[in-house]
Structures are given as structure tokens and as C-alpha cells.
Write a protein that binds this ligand. Structure first.
Ligand code: DGP
Length: 115
């Protein structure tokens, strides 16, 4: 996907505050942070959302999850953090390139959803 904004960020064509990069994964700070720590983890391979994933994505999804914990700790979230994957229209997904939001304190986060 040449015109996908997160593909362009992962290729370095749009600047971002990089947290981590390897051959499969790119992680960068969210441009509109909701919490003191707020970064995104994306696969370099374009996939629109979690709803489009199948077993061929198993390895990269596993790597994203393991990295989420490691990078959260490295970014100062040793006391806990929250992962969010907004998916599709109902999930209020804004950018259609799969991404994990990693959100952290130092203070406790607000409740996940209002009742
Ligand atoms: P979502 O609703 O889950 O699709 O959230 C998309 C997030 O992506 C949103 O929190 C803002 C962030 N974002 C959108 N465009 C850019 C960008 O150009 N750079 C960075 N760093 N973040 C972006």
C-alpha cells in the first residue's frame, strides 16, 4: 500500500518519533498522545486491521505482542500499561493499517470504557 500513512512512516518517508524497528515491525510515538506514554506498534507488512488477519499473520502478531510488553517496560511502564487495537467502523479505527496502541502512566489510567 503505497499511500498508507503508516506504511510511509514505517519506510521513513514521513517523520516520526521512533521507539523501535526491526525487519518486521516499526514502533513510534502517537502524534496525539492520550496518556504520558502512548506509542503505536505496526507490522511493516500492510494489513488493514485485525479483522483481516489470518494464520499467516500469527508470527508477526505474536512478535508485536511480545514487543509491546518489552517496549512498554523500556518506555517506563514497569508498573503496568494498556494495549488497545481499534478495529473497523464499530471499533472507531481511524488509520486502516493494523496497529497496537501502547498506553501508560505513570499514574493509573482511566477506566477502559464508561458504563
Ligand atoms: P486508531 O483510531 O486506532 O486508528 O488510531 C490512529 C492513531 O494514529 C491516532 O491515535 C493518531 C495516530 N496518528 C495518525 N496519523 C499519525 C501520524 O502521521 N503520525 C503519528 N505519529 N501518529 C499518527
Amino acid at each position: 500500500m503505497t499511500d498508507c500513512i503508516f506504511c510511509k512512516i514505517a519506510r521513513g518517508e514521513i517523520p516520526s518519533r521512533k521507539v523501535y524497528e526491526d525487519e518486521d515491525i516499526f514502533a513510534f510515538h502517537d502524534v496525539r498522545p492520550l496518556t504520558p506514554v502512548h506509542f503505536l506498534i505496526v507490522p511493516k507488512l500492510h494489513v488493514a486491521s485485525l479483522a483481516e488477519c489470518d494464520m499467516t499473520h500469527q508470527a508477526v502478531l505474536g512478535k508485536m505482542m511480545v514487543l509491546a510488553g518489552r517496549l512498554a517496560r523500556e518506555e517506563g511502564c514497569g508498573d503496568g500499561f494498556r494495549l488497545i487495537i481499534n478495529t473497523g467502523r464499530v471499533g472507531l479505527q481511524e488509520v486502516y493499517h493494523l496497529h497496537i496502541h501502547v498506553l501508560g502512566g505513570p499514574d493509573r489510567l482511566p477506566p477502559m470504557l464508561k458504563r
